[in-house]
Design a protein around this ligand. Sequence first.
Ligand SMILES: [Fe+2]
Length: 399
Amino acid sequence: MPYYRSVGHVPRKRHTQHRSPEGTLYFEELMGEEGFSSNSSLLYHVNIPSTVVDYRAWELPDQSLVPNHPLVPRHLSTHKLFDEGATGVDAVTGRRLLLGNGDVRLSYVVADAASPLYRNGIGDECLYVEDGEAVIETVFGDLEVGRGDYAIVPRATTFRIVPTGVARIYAIEASSHIGPPKRYLSKFGQLLEHAPYCERDLRMPTEPRVVESDEPVEVHIRHRGPGGVAGTVHTVQHHPFDVVGWDGGLYPYAFNISDFEPITGRLHQPPPVHQVVEGHNFVICNFVPRKVDYHPLSIPVPYYHSNVDSDEVMFYVEGDYEARKGSGIGPGSISLHPGGHPHGPQPGAYEKAIGVEEFDELAVMVDTFRPLDLGEAARATDDGVYAYSWSGGSDGSHA
Ligand SMILES: [Fe+2]
């Protein structure tokens, strides 16, 4: 995030000696984006942060992607991907890949185990907590997250995810940085009055997390590699959570979807009013409970639209999704509306929406500007008939 924070103990002047009460030097690390030309933070480590003593390949779960060909809209069911009950799955190694391209990968996990230490060397992660609670322990300190929270974790941050019970997480992994769109920000980076959220809605780590241990520990690293994504495990000499203080404008943060203030109007508002953040070649929007269009002749559900330049992925969280009535879509569903196919409300929804004053819906949308390919989790749960849901269905079941 673009504004300054300071947590724990930092020296009066940057790049100067910083010592423990016993007199030993702390080791300064700069985490800086875009070379040294964008946001950065300075972290003060007890130990040198580079002490690799061993390494090995991390065999990631199936990362294969196949084109959406023949081109059709699809309905996926994330809730069919994981067994009920104790599974020992964690929110890093257990992610199942739904959709992806060179810019972003969308995966889903139901986790009840603590993840290993982890670092994404490809891009920022936006983790949407569909349900449950977790502590995201990071080198900057902890983020406590729960139902409806987005957690945005900058690339190269060392962290792990510790569920409290069972946590359902929709993971949006960018190949770039993720942040608010420029139009929400002043020229100096403050969120403007017309933005649907502001700094008060954001939560950041408030205290350092220091683990005192001399045991070597493994860090799982996701990075660019053959086929796009690869994994490596580094064993480092000291626990990476040894930062006594940090300051700067780069750190993980969280905010809850219920703090997103919807923008409404007399006539249908286009998706950009629902935008939360963006990465390179994609945007993340959300649809939250709100009053809807109040022109006397308005039609509150969307008009039919062609995503001329994007694939549109809707993750349905809860509520009553007016435009998708009759399509089989419910909580945990994902719809993929690819570029090249005009889409809109299912039959009947257009007329039924007239006179409705409020929508009780909660959904997270990712629009990508390059086509999305299908991961193994999409191939495993594609209902195979969603494409017919506007026409009555080839078997008549999706009228
Ligand atoms: Fe759409």
